[in-house]
Design a protein around this ligand. Structure first.
Ligand SMILES: C[S@@+](CC[C@H](N)C(=O)[O-])C[C@H]1O[C@@H](n2cnc3c(N)ncnc32)[C@H](O)[C@@H]1O
Length: 253
């Protein structure tokens, strides 16, 4: 599956692919899925969560991504897997999405809120799209605290990641995300620390980049080294300057 956010490792021997499946079951657990729910995945990437929840939990899935190529890929995979009638995608930015209020049981954001400058607007929009008692799940990389955010967001390593790899992004300390969901009127019902899982995910990605370096270099000379550099920077910071958290939030009123 094409998933590019943290997996979740249940044992010493889990592979990357197993960890990604564990992670999607973990998200389903945090959402309390019973089967058949309407889910919105914001920043759906190549559709890993959309396709998984459609197949495994019979959910009706809507995905949002600004990246054009991802929509054709997701449509093709949904047909191959026999879930085309359960999966639709919307091309654009979440901030501009036009969907009916109260129309989802759950909203998920895996590694996408870091790309959105206005947390207040994003959480207010997520809340408006949820039905009463609906659930918002957000997993995101964060600075370890406000001081680390202040000290590191303009360092060379952080700038390299932003300019060469990531596009616009601002990691925040988790306290800012907590404040954002509280201010939007959510109840925070769960907070999980997945830092060790992201470190292991990136170790596995690094091994993949190294073993496929010749193919990657054919896409663009220098690309394999850039990716390696990015992943090494990311893995050097876990626990010192950065953390990875999952927040589960309820629209309780
Ligand atoms: C790190 S990827 C994660 C993708 C996917 N959630 C996964 O776990 O594989 C972040 C995603 O957020 C999307 N994204 C960035 N800005 C966005 C925005 N304003 N609205 C919706 N999606 C956005 C990107 O196009 C990308 O698909």
């Amino acid at each position: 599956m094409r998933k590019y956010s943290s997996g979740l490792y249940r044992s010493e021997t889990d592979t990357l692919a197993e960890a990604q499946i564990n992670k999607l079951h973990f998200v389903a657990g945090r959402l309390g899925l019973q089967g058949g729910e309407r889910l919105l995945d914001v920043g759906c990437g190549w559709g890993s969560l959309l396709l998984f929840m459609a197949r495994e939990y019979s959910c009706r899935m809507t995905g949002i991504s600004p990246a054009a190529r991802q929509h054709a890929y997701i449509g093709g995979r949904a047909s191959e897997l026999g879930v085309a009638d359960q999966v639709s995608t919307w091309r654009g930015h979440f901030e501009e999405v036009d969907l009916p209020t109260g129309s989802f049981d759950a909203v998920t954001m895996l590694g996408s809120i870091v790309h959105m400058p206005d947390l207040t607007a994003v959480f207010a929009r997520a809340r408006a799209l949820l039905r009463r008692n609906g659930t918002l799940y957000v997993s995101e990389s964060c600075f370890r605290n406000a001081a680390a955010h202040e000290a590191f967001h303009s360092r060379a390593g952080t700038r390299f990641v932003g300019e060469k790899i990531f596009g616009w992004g601002d990691m925040r300390p988790v306290s800012e995300l907590v404040r954002g969901v509280e201010d939007a009127g959510f109840s925070l019902i769960g907070l999980d620390d997945l830092t060790a899982d992201y470190r292991r995910t990136i170790d596995d990605w690094l091994a993949n980049v190294r073993s496929a370096a010749d193919d990657i270099e054919r896409i663009r000379p220098g690309l394999a080294r850039e990716l390696e550099h990015y992943l090494e920077i990311a893995n050097a910071g876990w626990g010192y300057t950065t953390k990875h958290y999952a927040l589960t939030c309820r629209k309780a009123r």
